[in-house]
Design a protein around this ligand. Structure first.
Ligand SMILES: NC(=O)c1ccc[n+]([C@@H]2O[C@H](COP(=O)([O-])OP(=O)(O)OC[C@H]3O[C@@H](n4cnc5c(N)ncnc54)[C@H](OP(=O)(O)O)[C@@H]3O)[C@@H](O)[C@H]2O)c1
Length: 221
């Protein structure tokens, strides 16, 4: 398969890169600043691409001809601690996180639209934090709103692209030991990536645009 992954220089993105390279696939791995973990992966099937999904700037690097799988993984949490409380959250923080986490995947899909073959899959990495049904603790305005927006955007993509045979799924990785969680997650990157890639393989078993966790369970939103 030909696979493109955004935010691939560390965390879950780098985990996806290792997973698909190990499976024998060709991987276009996107990074916004430095190559990070990609520098230490030596494979002829690895194609690094410089791509900041928060801007409309053209990606730099050779894009694949046709893609079988696109993983919109790049994301930010936004201000930590109580920086996203009702008292402290700012319009600027709301817009910054929305731009990366919700508009970013849309930008990437619009850019790669003509390279998505019939039978291709788009996996948009959201979060249970974007589920209204799962929100009993409040707060975290910017991240929750941006990830909820992505669920909706993803569903529209699923409807619009189904006529071209492109499948779209939204994923929740679990709470994972990465920089985003300050390594405090409940599961490691390998477990999360193995689970999410199993869901991607079984995409046809889910309704188009479903929101599914790494363990295969549908997330109510
Ligand atoms: N970890 C969890 O428990 C968890 C739970 C639910 C959902 N998620 C979601 O899973 C995805 C991956 O999270 P993670 O835990 O691996 O986070 P992470 O360790 O913080 O990594 C985030 C990645 O996204 C990249 N990125 C951020 N802004 C970008 C931009 N504008 N353009 C391109 N790349 C950008 C980062 O690049 P730089 O190195 O340049 O910053 C980095 O590669 C995110 O969408 C996150 O919201 C994670």
């Amino acid at each position: 398969m030909d696979v493109l992954i955004t935010g691939a220089n560390r965390g879950l993105g780098a985990g996806f890169v290792r997973h698909y390279l190990q499976a024998g696939d060709s991987v276009w791995a996107c990074y916004r600043n430095d190559m990070g973990e990609l520098s230490s992966i030596h494979s002829e099937r690895l194609h690094p691409i410089h791509w900041n999904v928060a801007t409309d700037l053209e990606p730099r690097g050779e894009l694949p001809g046709m893609l079988d799988l696109l993983i919109n993984n790049a994301g930010i949490y936004g201000p930590g601690k109580d920086g996203q409380s009702l008292k402290n959250v700012t319009a600027e923080a709301m817009l910054e996180v929305f731009n990366v986490d919700c508009v970013g995947p849309l930008r990437v899909v619009k850019h790669l639209r003509q390279r998505l073959s019939g039978g291709a899959t788009i996996a948009n990495i959201s979060s249970k934090m974007g589920s209204s049904g799962d929100n009993s603790s409040g707060g975290t305005y910017a991240y929750r709103a941006a990830k909820a927006g992505l669920v909706i955007v993803s569903r529209s993509m699923a409807v619009d692209l189904s006529k071209d045979g492109v499948r779209v799924i939204t994923l929740h990785p679990g709470w994972v030991q990465t920089d985003m969680t300050h390594q405090t997650g409940l599961i490691d990157i390998e477990t999360s990536v193995a689970g999410m890639s199993r869901v991607i393989e079984r995409v046809d078993e889910y309704e188009a645009g479903s929101f599914v966790a790494f363990d295969g369970k549908v997330v109510p939103y």
